[in-house]
Write a protein that binds this ligand. Structure first.
Ligand SMILES: [Cu+2]
Length: 309
């Protein structure tokens, strides 16, 4: 009896200790969770405060003694070959091969270069201007026609309305990647012959986004987030012009989807046109590892491999 009583007391003591330990662990976990939570809230708070401080609201004002910049963008060296995508690897091959190289491949040309090396589709922006000429919202309409997204390059204000029109009798899908972070920010189906519209929430302070059809990897285009109206996209002859710039010294950025960003300092003075040219070199073309495919991965009429029996 005595032994049983002792065992019973020991069991009771053990249960009490276990309960206390569990409670203490739970308290510790709760405390840790609380502090982690607080630290996270403080961290995101700091981020959003710094973001809102960075995103200074643009103001339209009357400008005196404004000037302009004018120039051209060039690509030196050999023009990179288009990227090749074998149509058999993607859905709706028979419709999408309306545009083909004759060998059932889709070619994605990312460099539009004239015979004189003039480079189209480069976005030029004058940085750091928070007051100046009118800043109308650009119209952003992306069409999918014959399994091609166009235009290849657009500029967009953060949170503005964007329209995507699928003119094709086949389904597409649009995925938007904020390429400075490799992060997908939007993913939506594009039903047959439909129009989708809405706004995108780009990361504050970031500018580059790549748009890809989730079903057809060769359907790609780009959008650059602008913060002021002092921008241009280089034309077929590589030329661009930006006017009504307030006097001062500025950094001018040139961005092409496949090149590192180039920057130059430019001084603007009243009534003058300041020349600025940008020269990229095809030795410096940048592709992430996952995009380095140069040839169709299979040959449709290539020699078939069979099991050896
Ligand atoms: Cu598609």
């Amino acid at each position: 009896m005595l032994e049983n009583k002792k065992i019973s007391e020991m069991n009771k003591w053990f249960r009490n200790q276990t309960t206390k330990l569990k409670e203490s662990n739970l308290r510790h976990k709760a405390k840790t969770f609380f502090f982690h939570r607080m630290a996270l809230i403080a961290f995101w708070g700091m981020i959003s405060i710094s973001n809102s401080a960075l995103a200074e609201e643009y103001k339209e004002i009357e400008i005196k003694d404004s000037g302009s910049i004018s120039g051209k963008v060039f690509l030196e060296g050999q023009v990179p070959s288009p990227r090749v995508f074998h149509l058999v690897l993607y859905p709706f091959e028979y419709f999408c091969k309306k545009v083909s190289d004759g060998k059932d491949n889709r070619l994605l040309s990312e460099f539009t270069v004239s015979g004189k090396g003039e480079l189209q589709d480069t976005v030029i922006v004058v940085e750091g201007i928070s007051k100046g000429k009118a800043f109308p919202t650009p119209e952003v309409v992306i069409h999918s026609t014959d399994c091609v997204f166009h235009p290849y390059v657009s500029v967009v204000k953060n949170h503005q309305t964007i329209k995507v029109i699928n003119n094709d009798p086949v389904v597409h899908n649009i995925q938007v990647y904020q390429s400075e972070r490799g992060k997908i920010i939007f993913n939506s189906p594009l039903p047959v012959q439909s129009t989708e519209s809405g706004a995108l929430n780009f990361e504050p302070g970031m500018h580059i986004s790549q748009w890809i059809c989730g079903m057809h990897e060769y359907m790609q285009n780009w959008a650059y987030v602008i913060e002021n109206p002092y921008y241009a996209i280089s034309q077929t002859d590589g030329s661009f012009q930006i006017d009504k710039i307030p006097p001062g010294t500025y950094t001018v950025t040139a961005w092409h989807a496949r090149m590192k960003v180039a920057q130059k300092k430019v001084t603007i003075s009243g009534g003058k046109v300041s020349p600025v040219n940008f020269e990229f070199h095809s030795n410096e073309v940048f592709y992430p590892e996952y995009e380095k495919q140069e040839k169709g991965r299979i040959q449709k009429r290539g020699k078939a491999e069979h099991f050896v029996r």
